[in-house]
Write a protein that binds this ligand. Structure first.
Ligand SMILES: N[C@@H](CCC(=O)N[C@@H](CS)C(=O)NCC(=O)O)C(=O)O
Length: 284
């Protein structure tokens, strides 16, 4: 992950000023390299004043894109802190203090409730928080908000996990797993069918364009590799393409792409990533 100490921790009582002090243990060259990487990935944000920038702990995946897209849509200043999950950076104690589930994305907002820092893990919780904070893409009206929550939770509990499992069995654990492969690809097919019906009479999943659409979009990009949307689910294809053309979505989707590509082109790094990501059990 981040080769720097997070500016804040999950402990809400510590003073922000203290948390911003440079960590003595961290070697300066690594910090500089990381800052350079983050700046290269997102020059506009890197220039934002440190005191107001949200830290986005991130790796370019469908769950990461949800938050990079929301930050871009809201034009919030942020700094991207790479968490290389293929190298195991999600297990570093500094990151676990923010995200105890050893999963990215996570954010640290120096201007949280009451003007104090707050850290948040779980992409759905982050989207809701940013929606409440900015008043954007998450309606205040209770009925409209419930509709957004329905589709957001549908993604969190259904589309995301099922597509993730289907991808695992299709691409990483093919041998002798016919049952699992069928079970998860069927379920992805069913879920996208539900979405296709919803989008037959609605431009977006829940009223206006919202965090529910942002949450689903990256997963539909992934599912597009398994299913021919144009052939089977044309409404989802129209929705996917329209959202993909939004400039903020293009920027959020591009964030850190080069980091992922480096890894994809390195067979050794891929092997290490599989060893780290698969077969995780509780740690002491
Ligand atoms: N429910 C979590 C899921 C996050 C998640 O699964 N992140 C993956 C990458 S897409 C991760 O960090 N994996 C690291 C690991 O498996 O150790 C969320 O929506 O934030």
């Amino acid at each position: 992950m981040a080769k720097k100490k997070p500016k804040t921790s999950a402990k809400p009582k510590a003073k922000p000023a203290k948390r911003r002090t440079a960590p003595a243990k961290k070697p300066a060259p690594k910090k500089a390299a990381q800052a350079k990487r983050a700046a290269a990935a997102s020059p506009r944000k890197a220039a934002a004043p440190a005191k107001t920038s949200i830290e986005l702990y991130y790796w370019p995946t469908p769950n990461g894109w949800k938050v990079s897209i929301m930050l871009e849509e809201c034009a919030l200043p942020y700094v991207m802190v790479p968490v290389n999950i293929g190298k195991g950076e999600q297990f570093e104690p500094e990151f676990l203090r923010i995200s105890p589930n050893n999963r990215m994305p996570a954010i640290v907002d120096p201007n949280g409730p009451g003007g104090r820092p707050i850290s948040i893990f779980e992409s759905g919780a982050i989207l809701q928080y940013l929606g409440r904070k900015t008043g954007k893409f998450y309606p205040k009206d209770e009925r409209a908000r419930v509709a957004v929550d329905e589709w957001l939770f549908w993604q969190m509990a259904g589309l995301g996990p099922m597509t993730g499992q289907a991808n695992h069995f299709l691409n990483y654990a093919k041998e002798g797993n016919d049952y699992a492969r069928k079970r998860y690809t069927d379920e992805v097919h069913r879920l996208i069918g539900v979405m296709n019906k919803r989008l037959a009479a609605n431009e977006y999943l829940a009223g206006d364009y919202s965090i529910a659409d942002m949450a689903c979009w990256g997963w539909i990009i992934g599912a597009s590799r398994m299913i021919d949307l144009g052939l089977e689910f044309p409404n989802v294809k129209v929705w996917r393409d329209a959202i993909g053309k939004r400039p903020a979505v293009e920027r959020g989707f591009a964030l850190g792409r080069e980091l992922r590509e480096q890894q994809a082109n390195d067979p050794k790094a891929q092997e290490e990533a599989r060893r780290i990501l698969f077969g995780q059990r509780a740690r002491p």
